[in-house]
Design a protein around this ligand. Structure first.
Ligand SMILES: C[S@@+](CC[C@H](N)C(=O)[O-])C[C@H]1O[C@@H](n2cnc3c(N)ncnc32)[C@H](O)[C@@H]1O
Ligand SMILES: [Zn+2]
Length: 256
């Protein structure tokens, strides 16, 4: 599978896909002097497009009003998907990110916590998986591991009592001796904290390899990827609540 990774940064997400056997090529990032707004992907070459656009505008931890850049760059992700026309895409972001609907794709939105993927932290990420072949992800989640450490975030460097570099890398599933010699220490922490934890990326990458046709397997209507049986529509009480919340939320969050 050939995958284009957008907004790569140091690309923990792309590294997780590589660990599952994908071939990943990386798009532009200001970290290396690039800008997605000046990038045109090749059409009909990629199996998949992955990416986590900047999330500050959608984050609950934001202290100032949104700049508009979050929506603009999300729109760039949609543009690249529509121009490259991959078989599938995966967008990763924070829970407050709007829904995206690239033309021609059916989209499944789900969340995942790091401790559902074997880590000791419980950082929550939202994913939107789109397929133009009617595929969906069946996600057989592990039981949540007890939380033994703080969430890894991009602001770790300025946190009182921050973890050592080796501990922080390990919290994200990276080798403790991982090096980024071209970056300052603050930039290194930001780059690793911005990334998708490796075991989480691998979990989703495996699910994409095993994506199922929606007409053959019945999955929970909330998008979580849990299989349902018989007359069941939602897999768990939490799924039912999630659907209720969505029904009661005006659809202002969809990206136009
Ligand atoms: C959330 S991080 C991505 C982390 C990455 N997915 C990972 O797992 O390591 C968002 C990235 O978007 C990049 N970015 C910001 N503005 C951009 C632009 N105009 N064009 C391309 N990338 C941009 C940032 O530099 C940052 O590396
Ligand atoms: Zn569900």
């Amino acid at each position: 599978m050939l995958v284009l990774s957008l907004f790569p940064g140091i690309d923990l997400l792309g590294r997780a896909f590589e660990a599952e056997g994908y071939c990943v090529v990386r798009g532009p990032d200001p970290l290396f002097g690039g800008d997605i707004r000046e990038f045109t992907p090749v059409p009909d070459r990629f199996d998949g497009i992955i990416g986590g656009s900047p999330c500050q505008d959608f984050s609950r931890l934001r202290r100032c009003p949104p700049t508009g850049l979050g929506l603009e760059l999300l729109g760039e992700f949609v543009r690249c998907v529509e121009e490259a026309r991959p078989r599938w895409f995966l967008l990763e972001n924070v829970p407050g990110v709007p829904d995206i609907r690239p033309y021609g794709y059916q989209v499944q939105r789900f969340d995942l916590r790091a401790n559902e993927c074997g880590l000791g932290q419980q950082r929550l990420r939202h994913f939107q998986f789109g397929s133009n072949e009617g595929l969906a992800l069946m996600l057989i989640r592990n039981e949540r591991r007890p939380v033994t450490e703080e969430c890894a975030t991009a602001s770790e460097f300025s946190r009182v009592g921050r973890r050592s570099w080796a501990e922080f890398c390990a919290a994200q599933g990276m080798p403790p001796d991982f090096e980024l010699p071209a970056l300052t220490q603050a930039e290194r922490y930001r780059a690793v904290g911005n990334g998708v934890p490796i075991p989480m990326g691998r979990f989703v990458a495996r699910a994409i390899l095993n994506a199922v046709p929606t007409e053959l397997v019945r999955l929970c209507i909330c998008g979580c990827g849990r299989p349902v049986v018989g007359k069941q529509q939602a897999a768990t009480p939490a799924c039912r609540k999630r659907m209720e919340r969505r029904r009661n939320t005006p659809p202002v969050t969809e990206l136009e």
